[in-house]
Design a protein around this ligand. Structure first.
Ligand SMILES: Cc1ncc(COP(=O)(O)O)c(C=O)c1O
Length: 425
């Protein structure tokens, strides 16, 4: 659904609340870009399969819509952090293999077992999952997680044979099936660092221990987006790709386009006000910015309540093909750009013009990477934190639509070229 089409949701001919909200500001998600990115990763990872990581509402892009698009384009697994996220996908009719890996004692293991959701197990979860399997009279599907060096979840290597042994006893009793062995990398976004080699070595050791104990897994998996791109030796049977399917680069030294990826989210709004002010006008709370001369200020109705980082003064906003830095403090609902001196006619034209915070980045347009730099954070956080106040709308919802074959800079980079670029970083 285009945002114009989404805007038509409503009653009769009166503008609806949805229409107003969508036109005022929206995060437009291009599902053909998602499909393109998934195909790119499927090409890079082959013969390994792709798990589309759609936790955190698909990094802000909409979990159900992204999951469907990713599966259409060749992903065969879905991955989330929480069982509750997986249950929401099942409730929406997504029946692909699905893994949830972050739990507490309050996690609903029973519902997970009942819904055929695979559960990541680092230690204590094993007994909880088995209790749920007993209750449901159905074997649980588990992936044993080894901590290869990240120091978060995962079983320490010293305790690994005990966890594996216990899991195999439960498997022999018919209470579970060990479907996978997995781990997570700490520094794959910095390909020159040696720790990835060390983590892969521990992973191989853990697999060997498990295989000696009789574990016969369907999938061994450790690669995230940067490892999938830069480390073919990390692919094993399955790669877990999050950031990349949203078209964003995990590397400082490579853009999305250089990796053959298309950013899927565009955050846009309309210039809310445009007014001429004299030299020395202070702008926004704190009056940290003063105009250098008589100028025209543009008011952009997006602020930290919409997910714009408050610290990101200087972040780019694109209006009518020109990019302007945000001046003064970013407030809860709004921020300001300085258009420079304009005629009254020019200022009138800009009032109501479309303002893009970030998008695909074509023609030097602003990107989530730019906002990450402005905020001292990463592109992951920029897209994920776009708040629910910004309505999500979708373009190219069905596969094979008019834009399916659309060319872009990213479209001409083959998977092998993207992998070579990443490996050279
Ligand atoms: C366990 C796990 N696997 C895979 C991913 C996907 O990582 P990326 O977005 O870098 O592909 C994440 C995200 O943080 C994760 O927590």
């Amino acid at each position: 659904m285009t945002y114009e089409a989404a805007a038509d949701i409503g009653i009769g001919s009166k503008p609806s609340i949805a229409k107003t909200a969508v036109l005022e500001r929206s995060a437009v998600i291009d599902l053909e870009a998602v499909r393109h990115n998934v195909r790119q990763f499927a090409g890079i990872a082959s013969p390994a399969n792709v798990m589309a990581v759609v936790k955190a509402d698909a990094y802000g892009h909409g979990a159900v819509q992204v999951a469907r698009a990713a599966l259409e384009a060749g992903a065969t697994w879905l991955g989330v952090a929480h069982i509750s996220e997986a249950l929401a996908l099942r409730a929406a009719g997504l029946d692909a293999p699905m893994l949830a890996w972050l739990h507490t004692r309050e996690s609903n293991f029973q519902a997970a077992v009942a819904a055929g959701i695979d559960v990541g197990v680092s230690g204590w979860e094993l007994d909880a999952v088995v209790a749920a399997a007993r209750e449901q009279e159905r074997p649980a599907r588990v992936h044993l997680k080894i901590d290869t060096g990240l120091g978060r979840n995962g079983c320490p290597i010293a305790d690994w044979d005990q966890l594996v042994g216990q899991a195999m006893e439960y498997q022999d009793e018919g209470l579970l099936r060990v479907v996978g062995i997995f781990s997570h990398l700490a520094v794959a976004d910095e390909p020159q660092r040696p720790e990835t080699d060390q983590q892969l070595a521990v992973f191989r050791e853990a697999i060997a221990i498990a295989e000696d104990a009789g574990v016969d897994t369907e999938v061994r998996h450790i690669a995230n987006t940067p490892a999938t791109l830069s480390r073919p030796d990390s692919h094993f049977d399955l790669v877990r790709v999050g950031l990349g399917i949203y078209g964003l680069s995990p590397f400082q030294g490579a853009t999305s386009a250089e990796l053959g990826l298309r950013p899927a989210m565009t955050v846009r709004t309309l210039v809310s006000n445009c007014k001429t002010v004299p030299e020395g006008q202070g702008v926004s709370y704190g009056l940290n910015y003063h105009t250098a001369g008589r100028t025209t200020l543009g008011l952009i109705p997006l602020g930290y309540a919409d997910g714009v980082p408050r610290v990101a003064t200087g972040g780019p906003i694109r209006v009518n093909g020109i990019t302007y830095p945000v001046v003064g403090r970013i407030a809860m609902d709004q921020m300001v750009i300085d258009f420079g001196p304009l005629t009254p006619e020019q200022a009138a034209d800009l009032k109501g013009a479309e303002a893009v915070m970030f998008g695909e980045g074509t023609d030097d347009g602003p990107t989530a990477d730019d906002w990450g730099r402005a905020a001292g954070t990463i592109n992951y956080e920029i897209v994920t934190r776009i708040s629910p106040r910004v309505p999500r709308t979708y373009v190219n919802e069905s596969a094979g639509g008019p834009a399916a074959g659309a060319e872009s800079a990213a479209g001409s980079v083959r998977p092998s070229e993207a992998a070579a670029k990443a490996a050279s970083l």
